[in-house]
Design a protein around this ligand. Sequence first.
Ligand code: ADP
Ligand code: MG
Length: 347
Amino acid sequence: MLRNIRSYARLELALEPGLVLVTGANGAGKTNLLEAVHVGTQGFSPRTRTDAQIVRFGESAGRVALAGTRGASRMHLEVTVQPGEGKRAKINGASLTAAEQLRTELAVLVFTPDRLAVVKGGPAVRRAYFDRVLGRLSPPRAPLAAEYAAAVVQRNAALRRIAAGYSSRDALSPWTERVAELGRSLVEARMEVIALLASGFAERADELGLPAARLVYDGKPPSVPDLEASIERDLDRGTTGLGPHLDDVQLLSGTRDLRQFGSQGEQRLTVLALLLAEAQLIADRRGYAPLLLLDDVLSELDPERRRALAGRVAATGQTLITSTTASALPAEPSQLLQVSPGTVRAA
Ligand SMILES: Nc1ncnc2c1ncn2[C@@H]1O[C@H](COP(=O)(O)OP(=O)(O)O)[C@@H](O)[C@H]1O
Ligand SMILES: [Mg+2]
């Protein structure tokens, strides 16, 4: 049940397992429905970090309550969003210390057209994406990227103090060592994630008509001697010019770089193949398939690729796909929902 989450005043809905197709005109509330399910299962919106934006205009709070199964166990989830007061979440009646904790309890993967930035955008977007995959696949290592970034910030501050004559060069060594140590752990963790994703990514991409898809990590662990060798440059610029904060991940089809040479449709398939590869890893590791929320995924895909996608997601736990028209999906969904402003009904 959703209450006052964005465009719905109140909504009660039973979602079928398998593939749920959510249709409706532009602005009807399809993205809102997926967003509400995401808030209810993960404790945050994939669209915004600002709580006020997910509460219906003119209301002071919103609530999502969900009942369902995770593997063999029944679960009741409840998330309340009250801008200014924060969010509260409960699982089976027990309060969590933070709504974001839901992430460790349930896995949800999202496609929105914004995610195309993972292929099209700069290296920072890809680094952030693979670091989030790392956090989902290996929760204890989720803080690693932030710890490394903090070490770089501290080393940079030390570089500037030295350049300004406020401290001696000796002051840099502990930071250089910390950057090298955390940098090595982060590069190793990212390479592991990429190795884990590689075969599933290639298989799913191939199935979706993108041949010989590969992921290549571009970077190597920063060593203390390498960092020390570039100390003059670093002092000059006041920044650390070496390390995984500058690395990238190449997304290739054969030898073709999809970032520069992929069509819009191919870039979409790349993001989907990454998502589906991760979904399989999550299912293997956690013992239950993640919920997939695929918003506006079908445009730019030809009927053959839409069919391949529908076939793949129909074989996993539960997937919500939005589309302006039901005919865009060349497959029979388990459930067809029609969204019009403020309501959703099963067709
Ligand atoms: N906080 C809000 N409260 C009420 N309505 C909102 C809020 N934020 C956005 N909307 C409106 O909700 C409608 C549905 O949006 P959306 O779910 O994105 O539609 P679509 O079906 O195209 O995905 C839009 O018309 C939008 O203006
Ligand atoms: Mg939408």
